[in-house]
Ligand binder design. Structure first.
Ligand code: KIV
Ligand code: ZN
Length: 414
């Protein structure tokens, strides 16, 4: 039997303020890695785990120990190199899975076994071919077994949002009585809406008083099939969830998981509504996204919130003019807040004179009004033909006399 340290899980995860601290459970290396093109070697997972530790996540789900030798090795390697976050392994509600997870986690300072079993009739009937009673029995047995191997056990009723509500409550009650310290209620297929998902948390809390009485942490786990994963996670928080499961860049099965950077930024920017704290270092969000992009060799889509290439880019003349006057006109957070080096004013056919002048000044060219007007006409004509306008293109538009006086302030022009 693997012996784990004696950290009381709920207390450890909820930090000094159990009522408002949000535990960030990152599953980039497990659920994220399950998405096409995102598989990682042990070395790559380790690199990512270091980045997640620097980012300040509380828990890293490092893999699914039973899934493959590679996953087992990655979990074991990460437990030996990463000290601050707790390390979790996923396990089906099966003896061999749970024992394998415990073996993979044996070197962790702080370990979590994450057991899951479907709760929806659809999954029970067609996927597992077991009835509800057997599902309840397996829940109790597997959580008890996991608790005999680890102090910290999370239980997830898979497909919780499409489950009969009374049965879901029953399954959660069995898991709580068997000793689960975190209850995670996944929206496995991204079907739920914010009102509905939040209501589910409220109802489960209300109907199982032991959850609050024993300090059991409720957790959200959302997928983005309807583009609602971050909104649903926030709704769960508003209804008592104190752990969010998420991934960097929102990678994950199908349309992905709830994106860590969106949730963390929303909690901060809208702290007027979400009065909670977290350990996430916001200025590490973009650098962490970049580390992942380099490992899996693809970046998030350009319009992805917080970390997409265009998240802080402005092209239209009206927006650029507003940005130059006061960035608050069109930005709800500074790029620096999330670790992006600067706002990018993209020069394209929608740009105006203000942005053109600004960029030319950055390049060392000061133009008077008339010159700017001339260059602006040329610029618009070029932008109509060319998608990307680079600095060299701009310099190419300047008449020779202007080019020759680079770095001369406008005041010295005659
Ligand atoms: O989406 C899901 O239901 C999961 C569980 C295994 C937690 O990833
Ligand atoms: Zn999932």
């Amino acid at each position: 039997m693997v012996v784990f340290d004696e950290v009381p899980l709920a207390g450890a995860c909820m930090s000094s303020n159990p009522t408002n601290h949000i535990v960030f459970f990152d599953t980039t290396l497990r659920d994220g890695e399950q998405s096409p093109g995102c598989s990682m070697t042990t070395q790559e997972k380790l690199t990512m785990a270091h980045a997640l530790e620097d980012l300040g996540v509380d828990i890293i789900e490092a893999g699914f120990a039973m899934a493959s030798e590679g996953d087992f090795a990655a979990i074991s390697t990460i437990t030996q190199a990463i000290r601050k976050p707790r390390i979790a392994s996923l396990a089906r509600a099966k003896t061999e899975d749970i024992e394998m997870a415990a073996r993979a986690l044996q070197f962790a300072d702080r370990a979590r076994i994450h057991v899951f079993l479907a709760s929806s009739d659809l999954h029970l009937e067609y996927k597992l071919k077991i009835d509800r009673q057997e599902a309840l029995d397996r829940t109790g047995e597997s959580v008890r077994l996991a608790r005999s191997l680890a102090d910290d056990v999370e239980f997830s009723p898979e497909d919780a949002t499409r489950s009969d509500r009374d049965f879901l409550v029953e399954m959660v009650r069995v898991a709580v009585e068997a000793g689960a310290t975190t209850i995670n209620m996944p929206d496995t297929v991204g079907y739920s809406t914010p009102e509905e998902y939040g209501q589910m948390f409220r109802e489960v809390r209300d109907r199982i008083p032991a959850i609050d009485a024993q300090g059991i942490v409720l957790s959200s786990h959302c997928h983005d099939d309807l583009g609602l994963a971050a909104a649903n996670s926030l709704a769960a928080i508003q209804n008592g969830a104190r752990q969010v499961e998420c991934t960097i860049n929102g990678i994950g099965e199908r349309a992905g998981n709830a994106s860590l950077e969106e949730i963390a930024a929303a909690l901060y920017v809208r702290s007027d509504r979400y009065k909670v704290t977290s350990s996430i270092k916001l200025d590490k969000l973009y650098p962490t996204s970049e580390v992942l992009g380099q490992i899996i060799t693809f970046k998030p889509s350009p319009n992805k919130a917080i970390v997409g290439a265009n998240a802080f880019a402005h092209e239209s003349g009206i927006h650029q003019h507003g940005m130059l006057a006061n960035p608050l006109c069109y930005e709800i957070m500074t790029p620096a807040l999330v670790g992006v080096s600067r706002t990018h004013l993209v020069l394209g056919k929608h740009s105006g004179r203000a942005a053109l002048r600004h960029r030319l000044e950055q390049l060392g060219f000061s133009l008077d009004r008339e010159e700017l007007q001339q260059v602006y006409y040329r610029f618009v004509a070029l932008a109509d033909r060319k998608k990307n306008i680079y600095d060299q293109d701009l310099i190419g538009l300047l008449p020779d006399p202007i080019r020759e006086r680079r770095n001369m302030p406008v005041a010295q022009l005659d």
